[in-house]
Design a protein around this ligand. Structure first.
Ligand SMILES: Cc1ncc(COP(=O)(O)O)c(C=O)c1O
Length: 418
């Protein structure tokens, strides 16, 4: 469809344009950071596996109990992309978010390596939350009673001067959330310097943890994939081997909700983790792990599979970029991220307008992620960030939805006099 083009409009014509949009009675949704049905179809063949041959490479009967660490052949495939040696990588259940939640819950209830006591016995436990960030990370902390301290994001990762100062002076800061590659929602990649500083910085808390959520390790949208430095070896070299906990999953590679999640960490952390895990389960779903290993085959197999994902979703990202550029290239205070991978685009609007744009969009039938969702406790102090998720709807709907968002933003700008 033809994009809505902007010439400087007065409030009356922006309002008329918006009213015409509302009259269309459309229902569109840009909230869902999940794969489309076509993307899930790419993994259909996996559902026929492992067939009659349910023996893993080491002879394990994948149908039976056991093997807390998960199948070695699958850990081998993901060791490289996640930057964790296979022997330090656990293949677990279907959700990396569950592993993150359980890591914090376990640290509250049993001392992590380096801790003098359980976190629940501390007068205060806080995590740094680079903002904008991933709302579900924040929810983990909010539900478990861990305070969130926002720190600004930069194009190279969290503002490290602020991070270093806070962790050096405050022993109650026990962790930081990081999505190092194609960050949710800004799409940035952490620079080598950021990773080195995170790995090596002095912390007042001896049991400080980096929650290294490598959710988008292989989710490239261009021919020149970004690569983030591997945090585990850097932390070990700096004398902080137990600092990083690396997470990842195949949720957006194969099936969201039916994939396999991974935890990578130092030997001491893994021993701590497995001791907790053996009280919780007798073993993961190894049949699912085996079908993943057979289907994806190798690192190259994963890359080839992700190329097919890219073919499906890159045009949707391009459509959002195109409509935003056609409408707001010269609008002061309006900017957006141009991610080279991942699942999200961040739209930044003048301060105070994000919730108004979301409200206008909702009234016109377009669901946007609530303004503030990218910040702890749902509060963006500037009310300026809107997270756009273009992967799920069909391309034509993405185009219609972003054109409609442009109408809403134009009205919000016009009525605020900006
Ligand atoms: C940064 C990030 N981490 C984790 C998840 C969820 O991962 P999983 O499905 O493995 O729980 C998502 C899903 O959107 C995400 O964006």
């Amino acid at each position: 469809m033809s994009p809505v083009t902007v010439s400087p409009v007065d409030a009356a014509s922006a309002k008329a344009e918006y009213e015409a949009l509302v009259a269309q009675g459309i229902t569109l949704d840009l909230t869902r950071g999940k794969p489309s049905a076509e993307q899930l179809d790419l993994s259909s063949e996996m559902l026929t596996l492992p067939g009659e041959n349910f023996r893993a490479a080491d002879g394990t009967d994948a149908r039976n109990y056991g093997n807390l660490r998960g199948l070695p052949e699958l850990r081998e495939i993901f060791a490289g992309p996640l930057g964790v040696p296979a022997e330090q990588l656990v293949a677990a259940g279907n959700s990396s978010l569950a592993l993150m939640h359980d890591s914090v819950a376990n640290a509250l209830l049993s001392p992590v390596p380096g801790a003098t006591r359980r976190w629940v016995e501390e007068p205060r436990v806080a995590f740094l939350a680079p903002v904008p960030g991933y709302d579900r990370h924040f929810t983990v902390c909010e539900r478990l009673g861990v305070e969130l301290v926002p720190v600004p994001m930069t194009p190279h990762g969290p503002d490290m001067d602020t991070v270093e100062r806070l962790v050096a002076e405050d022993a109650s800061i026990k962790g930081i959330w990081c999505v190092p590659l194609y960050s949710n929602p800004t799409g940035i990649a952490y620079s080598d310097e950021t990773v080195r500083r995170l790995a090596g910085m002095p912390t007042a808390a001896p049991d400080f943890r980096i929650m290294w959520d490598h959710a988008y390790a292989v989710h490239h949208l261009t021919d020149t994939p970004a690569r983030v430095a591997d945090i585990l070896p850097l932390a070990a070299e700096a004398g902080h081997a137990d600092r990083p906990l690396v997470f990842g999953s195949t949720s957006k590679i194969t099936l969201a909700g039916g994939g396999v999640a991974f935890l990578g960490a130092s030997t001491a952390n893994l021993d701590w983790w497995l001791r907790r895990l053996e009280a919780r389960t007798i073993g993961p779903d190894k049949l699912n792990q085996l079908r993943h290993a057979r289907f994806l085959r190798s690192v190259d197999g994963v890359a080839e599979h992700m190329r097919r994902h890219r073919e499906l979703i890159a045009p949707k990202f391009a459509a959002v970029q195109r409509v935003l550029a056609e409408n707001f290239a010269d609008t002061p205070g309006v900017s957006w991220s141009e991610p080279a991978g991942g699942y999200f685009i961040t739209l930044t609007v003048p301060d105070g307008l994000a919730s108004e744009v979301v409200r206008l969009a909702k009234a016109a039938g377009i669901a946007l992620t609530p303004a503030g969702a990218t910040h702890p406790y749902g509060k963006d102090p500037d009310d300026a960030i809107i997270r756009l998720a273009p992967t799920f709807p069909p391309l034509a709907q993405v185009e219609r939805a972003i054109a409609a968002v442009a109408v809403c933003l134009r009205l919000a700008l016009a009525t605020s006099g900006r």
